[in-house]
Design a protein around this ligand. Structure first.
Ligand code: ZN
Length: 237
């Protein structure tokens, strides 16, 4: 699978970073985690064919993860009727809010969104997506993505001590963990990172005021590849 990190910023967009959005590509199909960017525009600007997007998964409804869905749902309803990914949001309120906004723009009424909870969210011939609850808010999740024999965990937003990281990251092999850094202090988490059974950790959801300095401080303490995400970063697994 290929992963491209389109938006790697924290809650605020930065000059060189959009808010959260990652795209996973398997066998020519695309799967999007979070839409903190105007999603249709961002996919086009990154050379994705929007008709090949098969799933969109929102970790939680904070605007830096979900606001770009409005543009997407609006365009699906009138200009792009061949674009029909399955869209998964974590709350009924989120689903209704996006549908109401799209309806207020005179569109969007026929677009379906599914409300997911913990457990298997989606499975097709390419990937399986499983949701794990985090303690960042009432309905906040991380996603385990399994494809082509590889496993990647996208943490979503978490508590500062990452005590809400699911147990499997310590017990089971993963190929990659894409871990947020907006709500924690990375050097304080070094011991936890070192006992995770993963090949590589990429630090994402960057808050420039603290994440980058903390990343540099933590890096020598970590016993596995440990990288800082940037917009446009591509990872092949
Ligand atoms: Zn966030």
């Amino acid at each position: 699978m290929k992963i491209k990190l389109i938006g790697t910023s924290h809650g605020l967009p930065e000059k060189d970073r959009f808010c959260s959005c990652s795209v996973i590509t398997v066998n020519g199909s695309h799967y999007v985690i979070d839409a903190g960017v105007s999603l249709f525009s961002a996919l086009l600007h990154n050379d994705y064919v929007c008709e090949d997007v098969k799933g969109i998964f929102i970790t939680h409804m904070h605007a830096d993860h979900s606001s770009g869905l409005v543009e997407f749902v609006d365009l699906m309803s009138w200009a792009k009727k061949l674009v029909r990914p399955e869209i998964f949001v974590p709350t009924v309120a989120g689903k209704l809010a996006i549908q109401m906004l799209a309806n207020a723009m005179d569109s969007g009424s026929e677009i379906e969104m599914k409300v997911y909870s913990e457990g298997t969210v989606f499975e097709d011939e390419n990937i399986k997506v499983t949701a794990f609850r985090t303690a960042h808010g009432a309905s906040t999740f991380g996603f385990l993505v399994e494809a082509e024999g590889k496993k990647v965990y996208f943490t979503g937003d978490m508590k500062g001590d990452i005590s809400d990281m699911p147990e499997f990251v310590y017990d089971d092999e993963t190929n990659l963990i894409i871990c947020e850094s907006a709500h924690n202090c990375l050097p304080k988490l070094a011991e936890k990172f070192n006992v995770m059974k993963t090949d590589r950790i990429v630090i994402n959801h960057i808050a420039p005021k603290h994440s980058i300095a903390e990343f540099e401080e933590a890096k020598p303490l970590i016993n596995k590849p440990f990288d800082l995400a940037f917009d446009g970063m591509e990872i092949n697994l």
